[in-house]
Write a protein that binds this ligand. Structure first.
Ligand code: SF4
Ligand code: SF4
Length: 154
């Protein structure tokens, strides 16, 4: 059964009481166009204390809220990306009717840890979910598809 709270899936703000704290996973796993930062490469501005250019960071950074921060995943900090090892995101691509759900691995092997695997299995039981591994490979999971690994082309 999915652990997703569907009413918070497309929320544009953080859920009350949730904060990024020491997490900076999105600063590595996501691409950032303005900074020309590719996926899975740490941003040149990320510091152990957080963003080194916090006040002037790109709009895409300040607007980003992963599914944990939005409140679509359970509140416990063990599910925050820096602890779980997985960043879950959900968005509606331009012109698409369907929501796209993705899980991005923060470090190699994180998908295989028991808590992360349970989360992925639960969500993929009800929804199509694209998994992005640290080695650059993608896999689609979900009720309507058999697992199929493809190599990232971009
Ligand atoms: S991955 Fe989520 S919790 Fe972590 S810094 Fe980014 S938005 Fe915050
Ligand atoms: S500019 Fe700051 S918030 Fe944006 S990716 Fe880099 S470290 Fe993260």
């Amino acid at each position: 059964m999915s652990t997703l709270s569907t009413d918070r899936l497309l929320a544009e703000s953080a859920e009350a009481g949730r904060e990024c704290g020491p997490c900076t996973v999105c600063c590595t796993v996501l691409a950032e166009t303005e900074l020309k930062k590719p996926m899975r490469c740490a941003c040149e501005h990320v510091r152990s204390s957080g963003c080194g250019i916090y006040a002037t960071r790109p709009r895409a950074c300040s607007d980003f809220h992963c599914l944990w921060l939005r409140g679509a995943l359970p509140a416990e900090e063990q599910f925050r990306p820096d602890q779980l090892g997985v960043l879950f995101d959900g968005y509606r691509p331009k012109g698409a009717d369907k929501l796209r759900l993705v899980a991005l691995e923060a470090w190699a092997g994180a998908f295989d840890a028991p808590t992360a695997r349970d989360m992925i299995d639960g969500i993929a039981g009800d929804h199509e979910l694209e998994l992005s591994r640290r080695d650059g490979s993608w896999q689609t999971r979900g009720p309507a598809c058999t697992a199929s690994a493809v190599t990232e082309s971009t």
